[in-house]
Write a protein that binds this ligand. Structure first.
Ligand code: ADP
Ligand code: MG
Length: 251
């Protein structure tokens, strides 16, 4: 069974229909890429999964979005725990202007659990280890996170999600501000993390989708045109529009 399943999902910004009958299955322990030209609805779809679109005025949705079998579009959904479970990193890494340590445990504090100091320290160590930052940062935990490199900041943002025990990681063009070396190290990290997480990455870098993902969805004008195994979609697309896109016939 899929970790996240959408059934006939539609989303409107006011009168504009940005998602059209999207049917999809995102599996655990896999990386799924969402590709497509700018403005086709990739970020919109990603934001549905932790109901971040709710913060935008005039948004309306229908259909179903099942996370572990529960429809998160239902009115009673606990958004705080949904957003812990389904965490997001963005194009621009956005650490808080706090220490590295405080950044990792920020979620714990926000959610008000009174957690003991040594437990917090464990969380920081384990989370930084998961993103392969522990060795380089263990002696700098009290330094400002703003002084880290872009790649370190992005890793830190992922560590922040791991610290609150997110198990779905949504990544919206997470490498678009990074150089090729940093990009390839983040891709390596994603491959490692997929053993324990469900990862959904939006990218308009098709090479990246082909390199890193197990499944790929191609979107166009709010429609999920084709959604299949990555290798198949890149070698034998079934839809003419997918073929045109991956062969570079339109931007
Ligand atoms: N807050 C918003 N209000 C109105 N329209 C929006 C909003 N956000 C996105 N859109 C529109 O929805 C469509 C999909 O946008 P988006 O999901 O950001 O695309 P992508 O991430 O693929 O570039 C675009 O036409 C965009 O202009
Ligand atoms: Mg986008």
């Amino acid at each position: 069974m899929g970790k996240i399943i959408t059934k006939n999902l539609n989303l409107w910004y006011g009168d504009f229909r940005a998602l059209k009958n999207v049917n999809s299955v995102f599996n655990a322990n896999k990386i799924t890429a969402i590709i497509g030209p700018s403005g086709c609805g990739k970020s919109t779809l990603l934001r549905v999964f932790n109901r971040m679109n709710d913060l935008i005025e005039g948004v309306k949705m229908d259909g179903e979005v099942l996370v572990e079998g529960k429809n998160i579009l239902n009115p009673g959904t606990d958004l705080v725990s949904l957003r812990k479970k389904v965490g997001m990193v963005f194009q621009r890494p956005n650490p808080f202007p706090l220490s590295i340590y405080e950044n990792v445990i920020f979620g714990e504090k926000i959610h008000g659990d009174s957690v003991k100091k040594d437990k917090l320290h464990n969380i920081v160590e384990e989370s930084l280890k998961s993103v392969l930052l522990w060795d380089e940062l263990k002696n700098r935990l009290n330094e400002s996170a703003m002084r880290l490199s872009l790649e370190q900041k992005q890793r830190l943002c992922i560590a922040r999600l791991i610290a609150v025990k997110s198990d779905v990681l949504l990544m919206d063009e997470p490498c678009s501000t990074l150089d090729p070396q940093s990009t390839s190290r983040i891709e390596e990290l994603m491959r490692e993390l997929k053993n324990s997480y469900t990862i959904i990455i939006v990218t308009h870098n098709m090479q990246q989708a082909a390199r890193v993902s197990d499944d790929t969805g191609f979107m166009l004008l709010g429609e999920l045109v084709e959604f299949r195994n990555t290798h198949e979609i890149f070698t034998a697309p079934r839809d003419k529009r997918t073929e045109d896109y991956i062969t570079g016939r339109y931007g």
